[in-house]
Design a protein around this ligand. Structure first.
Ligand SMILES: C[S@@+](CC[C@H](N)C(=O)[O-])C[C@H]1O[C@@H](n2cnc3c(N)ncnc32)[C@H](O)[C@@H]1O
Length: 205
């Protein structure tokens, strides 16, 4: 990865993901998390202030050293221990059944083999554990999908491999999760092609 991907993209992501408009969504997706949690694509830690008191420990999986450094203040201020222990969601260095819950926000768009990553999340979640997700993906409307297909190559190059057209709920069910709840909506203040969000919880059987 070159200078742009290593140094610039994580800083752009930090600013974009730090938008105030995301706060109520982060609060919603983190609600109900409890116990030992693995967070996939931790980025610069924008979910940290929203971990509920019932969370006992968070293990961050994040490939970007710059992203992790930008998270430092949030990690220090966290009310639960947060440690970075993985670099790639496609291959998690954790034992089977080792987490009570998982969290992924705006990350499944970027992981190259997202199916492999979801299989890994299932493997490390205990039976009945939940993945809380907040992801942008394939829009419900064909007119918006057309723009997503047109703009995806540019997004992919500028935003560290992010794709607009991933069908989030289908990917989760294909990986063997059952959807406990999901809300599909266009995010306020974000162009529809980039803000077709799915927020919910999926259970690992
Ligand atoms: C759009 S950012 C979202 C960051 C954070 N989840 C948030 O909501 O602010 C996507 C994140 O996925 C991370 N990522 C990229 N490839 C990954 C992989 N293979 N495994 C885990 N995370 C990955 C990126 O480094 C980046 O931090």
């Amino acid at each position: 990865m070159g200078f742009y991907g290593e140094q610039v993209v994580p800083r752009i992501i930090d600013k974009a993901c730090g938008a105030k408009s995301a706060v109520p969504l982060r609060r919603r997706v983190c609600a109900g998390l409890a116990g030992d949690v693995v967070e996939l694509g931790f980025g610069s830690g924008h979910n940290v202030p929203f971990y509920p008191a019932a969370v006992t420990r968070v293990t961050a999986v994040e490939p970007s050293d710059v992203g992790w450094k930008l998270a430092a203040e949030r990690v220090e201020a966290a009310t639960v221990p947060v440690q970075r222990a993985g670099l790639d969601g496609q291959s998690l260095p954790f034992a089977d059944d080792s987490f009570d819950a998982a969290l992924s926000t705006w990350t499944l768009c970027t992981i190259p083999d997202v199916g492999a990553a979801l299989q890994e999340v299932r493997r490390v979640l205990r039976p009945g554990g939940t993945l809380h997700f907040l992801e942008h993906g394939l829009a419900p409307d064909e007119q918006v999908r057309r723009w997503q297909r047109r703009l995806e190559p540019v997004q992919y190059r500028l935003a560290g491999g992010c794709r607009f057209t991933r069908p989030i709920v289908n990917l989760l069910t294909a990986a063997g999760f059952s959807i406990a709840e999901v809300d599909v909506f266009y995010e306020q203040g974000v162009p529809k092609f980039a803000g077709a969000d799915s927020l919910g919880a999926a259970v690992s059987a």
